[in-house]
Design a protein around this ligand. Sequence first.
Ligand SMILES: [Zn+2]
Ligand SMILES: [Zn+2]
Length: 269
Amino acid sequence: MAQLPLVDSHCHLHMLDAAPDHPVQYLEHAREQGIGHLMTVSVDLDSVPELLALAEHYPQVSTSVGVHPCGRDLREVSPAKLAALADHPQVLAIGETGLDYMCTGPEDRDWHHERFRQQVRAAHLAGKPVIIHSRGAPEDTARILKEEDAEAVGGVIHCFTDDMASARRYLDLGFFISLSGILTFRQADALREVARKLPRDCLLVETDCPYLAPVPHRGKQNQPAWVREVAECLAEVRGESLGAVAEYTTTNFYRLFPTAPPLDRQATL
Ligand SMILES: [Zn+2]
Ligand SMILES: [Zn+2]
């Protein structure tokens, strides 16, 4: 059987240099590196039309609708409004939403939690999974997901960097765990140790580009093609082949997002 290509489960294609007008350079390079699909994730509502245009035009691109926890847009995000925006075949999820205690102060916390809850409620209304961003807040993130019955919609903790106890709380909710280029960073021994132990049926890989370029590209603008370096690092850490990592991470992506468009057949590892 032919090997499955990789999926970049979380990127921000529209933020790459020149990408809004010229995404093809990034998509071509991704295809050459064996990336068969990529999800370009929403961080605010103003860019949703741009993301939808990308996803409608390029069959290997899907998208989401949500408001990032570090966003400065203070307008209300009602669950009904988000769910209505997400009512589109190429919108696979609500997010990225969640909690980030590095970019918000304690005085903002109640409001921050409420915005997160509203977006999980939108996921229930839309019948789509949630993409979770969590930094410095593993307990509160898991608690709110549980209180909002996020297990019923499912989702992914993107750019996971927490410890094994945190991972277990998310796994108990049936969530997937996505690893980014941070896995390749020299000082990330603790994360590599967690990645080595996680069950294969929960793992996804991502770039989160333009941020977090993996080794050996650090300091440059990240791009979807470099999810290959993340997958290669994961394979090395776990003593597996790149093909095996592609097989289970891509299968997991389609388990989480069963309505995702088919893989780009021209992308081979
Ligand atoms: Zn994020
Ligand atoms: Zn992101």
